[in-house]
Design a protein around this ligand. Structure first.
Ligand SMILES: Cc1ncc(COP(=O)(O)O)c(C=O)c1O
Length: 191
């Protein structure tokens, strides 16, 4: 168990990260105005605050879904509780989103207001998602991005027929972690 990870720092006076992440919302809407659903991996909430703040302003019908690992579900649990709660962070493939939320963070009210739904995904789901993208699309993604893809897998039925965007937020994964994901997911006899 790891509980020494520092909180994500988005203090009240610092709007820089959410507002720059708003540009991603702008790009999504510019290139795909038909977007119905937007799924964003979430740690301290800076990325999803910006993307959802922009998309909800231009198209309020867009359904915003936040994705976190079950091993570090701080925003999911905080929104549920109506206040910031910081739980221990366990080991997770989604190290980009691991950690707590700083008390007074500006991201929390954004997440309460603009995110419609939250999913906390398991390590197995994240691993399968990273493998699936590698296998089908020949792209390497990191665990945080895997949370978004895992959410698509989990909600595949409800998402069918909708225009869905997933913010695939990075490919910073170690060869060791990727090798284990391949070993865990490849069909028997494949490697
Ligand atoms: C790879 C990756 N994905 C997603 C995020 C989003 O995290 P946050 O919700 O803290 O903005 C981060 C943050 O650093 C990240 O590194």
């Amino acid at each position: 168990m790891r509980n020494h990870i520092l909180p994500h720092l988005y203090p009240n006076h610092l709007h820089t990260h959410p507002s720059s992440a708003g540009v991603i919302g702008y790009e999504i809407y510019k290139h795909l105005p038909s977007v119905d659903v937007c799924i964003v991996p979430c740690g301290g909430g800076g990325l999803i605050s910006g993307v959802s703040g922009y998309l909800k302003a231009v198209k309020p019908s867009v359904q915003m879904i936040g994705a976190q690992p079950q091993a570090s579900p701080q925003m999911v649990e905080s929104v549920k509780a109506g206040r910031i709660v910081n739980l221990p962070t366990l080991d997770t493939l989604s190290n980009g989103t691991a950690g707590g939320i700083e008390e007074g963070s500006i991201t929390f009210p954004y997440c309460q207001k603009y995110v419609d739904e939250w999913e906390a995904v398991t390590e197995t789901e994240i691993s399968t998602a990273v493998y699936d993208v590698l296998d089908r699309h020949h792209k390497v993604i990191e665990g945080a991005a895997g949370c978004g893809i895992a959410t698509v897998h989990r909600k595949a039925k409800q998402l069918t027929g909708k225009t869905v965007v997933v913010v695939v937020c990075g490919s910073n994964i170690s060869p060791a972690a990727l090798s284990k994901i391949i070993a865990d997911n490849a069909p028997v006899g494949y490697i």
